[in-house]
Design a protein around this ligand. Structure first.
Ligand code: MG
Length: 498
C-alpha cells in the first residue's frame, strides 16, 4: 500500500473516531443524560465537530487526495472506492465556508426550540420566521455548489448521492395516481377490525417481545443494545457496536414491535458492513434510501406479512390472552395493515405513506424556488392533504408542524423515505427469485437465509458503490415504482377483497 494511502487512512481514522465519539455523546444525550447536562453537552459536541472538521479539511488531506485520485484512477478496488468517497466528502465540505456552518448551527438551534413551542401550542406563527431563515440558508448552501438542473438537486444529493430532482418527480408522478386509486378502492371496501390493537398491553412484555423478534431477525445483541428514548433511532459507533432505541406509547402499545423491527433493520445493515472498512468513510450505509429500504423490509415486508404472524401470533397471544381473545392470526394481520388516511406521517400505513412524502417534496421544492410564501404554508399544506388524502388537519400540530426535519435544517431528506419503500420491494422481488421458499422460511420463523442474502448483496459493501449503481446491479433496474405498486395492489386486494 502506498505511503500516501496510509497517511490518508490514518487521518480519516482519527476523523472517524471523533465523529463516533460525538455519536456516543448524542446517543447518551437522548438515552441517559439528565436535563441539566444540555448546555455542556452542546459545547462538547461543538468541540468534537470542530476538531473533526479541521482534521478532514486540512491542506494535507487535500494534497493527499489529489495525488491518490490519480494513482487510483480507473481502479475498482476497495482503496480506490475509499479515495473516491473521501474526495467527494472533501469537495463538499470545502465548498461550505465555516462561518456558514456556525450560522446554520445557530439558526437551527433556535428553529428547533421555536418548533417545539409552536407544535405544543399548535401555532405556526411561532415557527414561521425561523423557517424562513432555514430556507434562506438552504438557498445559500446551494449557491456554494456549481449550478445544477434544479436548486433542489444539491440538497437531495446530500442524502441520496447521484439522485436528481427530476428523477424523483418522474417516479412520484408514476406512483401517485396508482396509490390514490388504490386508496379510493379501499375506501369503498369494508373496513377491517382493529379495536383489539388499542387495548392495554403491558409495557415490559411488549418491550421484551420486541427484543426477541429483533434477535430472531439476526440483530446481534452482543454487538448492540436496545434502550428507551423519546424517538426510535439507530446509531452506529463501529460495526461491533450498533445501537437502537425504541419507545412505548400507551395509546398505540404494539407500535413498539414495528419500531423495533424498523430500527433493527437499520442496525443489521450497519452490523453487516465489511469490518475491513472500519474507521474509513466506507463504513456507513450507502444512502438514506438504501438504508430505509433495509428498515422497511424488516418492518413491512417481513413484519407485517401473514407468514410472519402465522409463526409469531401464537407467542403474542400467549403473552396477551385477554387482549387477543377470539382474534386469529389472519385477523391480526389485517388489523396491523389497516389502511386509513391519517394526519401524521409516522403513523401512516403502507398504502398512504408515500403520499405524505409527495406532499412534502412539492412544498420543499416550491419553498426553495421561492414560489410560495412561507406564511401561507399551513393553508397550502391543508389544501394538499385534502387533495391527496381527502382529509384536512384540525390544527397545525397535526399538519405543517408535525415533523422535526425542517427545524433541524434537513431539506431534501423526505423523498428518501418513499424511495426506500420502493427499493425495499425491488429487492424483495429479486430475493424471492433467489430464495424460492422464503415465505415458508418466514412462516417457520427462520430469517438466516434472508439476512445472509442482504449481507452479501447490500450490507457488506458499505459505501463502496454509488447507491444508484448498487440498486441497479442488485435489483436489475434503477429506482422504479412498479414493483411497489404490484406489491401494494396484491397485498390490499387480499386484505380488503378488492
Ligand atoms: Mg428509518
Amino acid at each position: 500500500m502506498s505511503e500516501k494511502l496510509n497517511q490518508l487512512k490514518e487521518i480519516l481514522g482519527e476523523v472517524s473516531d471523533l465523529n463516533h465519539a460525538g455519536s456516543v455523546l448524542s446517543w447518551d444525550q437522548q438515552v441517559n443524560m439528565p436535563p441539566g447536562g444540555g448546555e455542556a453537552r452542546g459545547q462538547q459536541l461543538a468541540t468534537l465537530g470542530k476538531l473533526s472538521h479541521e482534521k478532514s479539511t486540512s491542506d494535507k488531506v487535500g494534497k493527499l487526495l489529489d495525488d491518490l485520485k490519480q494513482e487510483f484512477a480507473g481502479s475498482d478496488s476497495d482503496d480506490a472506492a475509499l479515495v473516491r468517497v473521501a474526495a467527494r466528502n472533501f469537495d463538499k465540505t470545502m465548498r461550505v465556508p465555516s462561518e456558514f456552518v456556525s450560522e446554520q448551527a445557530v439558526v437551527t438551534t433556535a428553529a428547533f426550540e421555536a418548533w417545539v413551542e409552536a407544535k405544543k401550542k399548535s401555532d405556526f406563527s411561532i415557527f414561521h420566521p425561523h423557517l424562513e431563515k432555514v430556507f434562506d440558508l438552504a438557498r445559500k448552501y446551494v449557491s456554494f455548489f456549481p449550478p445544477s438542473d434544479h436548486l433542489y438537486d444539491v440538497l437531495l444529493d446530500d442524502y441520496e448521492p447521484g439522485m436528481k430532482t427530476a428523477d424523483v418527480q418522474a417516479i412520484f408522478d408514476k406512483l401517485r395516481p396508482q396509490q390514490v386509486k388504490l386508496i379510493r378502492n379501499i375506501k369503498s371496501a369494508k373496513q377491517v377490525k382493529d379495536d383489539f390493537l388499542h387495548k392495554k398491553y403491558a409495557e415490559k412484555k411488549v418491550w421484551d417481545f420486541s427484543a426477541t423478534i429483533a434477535s430472531k431477525f439476526g440483530y446481534d445483541f452482543s454487538r448492540g443494545r436496545q434502550d428507551k428514548a423519546a424517538h426510535p433511532f439507530e446509531t452506529s459507533f463501529s460495526v461491533n457496536d450498533v445501537r437502537i432505541t425504541n419507545r412505548y406509547e400507551p395509546d398505540n402499545p404494539l407500535a413498539t414491535l414495528f419500531s423495533g423491527m424498523h430500527e433493527s433493520g437499520h442496525a443489521m445493515y450497519e452490523q453487516g458492513i465489511n469490518p475491513a472498512y472500519e474507521r474509513t468513510p466506507l463504513a456507513n450505509g450507502v444512502s438514506s434510501a438504501v438504508h430505509e429500504s433495509q428498515s422497511r423490509m424488516w418492518e413491512n415486508l417481513v413484519g407485517r406479512s401473514l407468514p410472519f404472524w402465522e409463526h409469531f401470533f401464537p407467542e403474542l397471544k400467549k403473552l396477551f390472552p385477554t387482549q387477543l381473545d377470539g382474534v386469529s392470526a389472519k385477523t391480526f394481520y389485517k388489523a396491523i395493515n389497516k389502511v386509513e388516511p391519517t394526519f401524521i406521517r409516522v403513523n401512516a400505513d403502507e398504502a398512504t405513506y408515500n403520499l405524505h412524502i409527495m406532499l412534502r417534496l412539492e412544498l420543499e421544492i416550491a419553498m426553495i424556488e421561492g414560489k410560495v410564501a412561507i406564511k401561507d404554508l399551513p393553508e397550502i399544506w391543508n389544501t394538499k392533504m385534502q387533495e391527496y388524502l381527502g382529509i384536512t388537519p384540525p390544527d397545525d400540530a397535526h399538519g405543517v408542524l408535525q415533523d422535526i426535519h425542517w427545524s433541524a435544517g434537513l431539506i431534501g431528506y423526505f423523498p428518501t423515505y418513499a424511495l426506500g419503500n420502493l427499493v425495499s420491494v425491488q429487492l424483495w422481488e429479486k430475493i424471492n427469485k433467489d430464495i424460492r421458499d422464503l415465505d415458508s422460511q418466514i412462516h417457520d420463523g427462520k430469517f438466516d437465509e434472508l439476512l445472509a442474502w442482504l449481507r452479501k448483496n447490500i450490507h457488506v459493501h458499505g459505501h463502496k458503490y454509488d447507491p444508484q449503481d448498487l440498486v441497479k446491479n442488485v435489483a436489475g433496474s434503477k429506482i422504479d415504482p412498479s414493483a411497489y405498486v404490484r406489491y401494494l395492489t396484491k397485498k390490499y386486494s387480499d386484505i380488503y377483497g378488492l
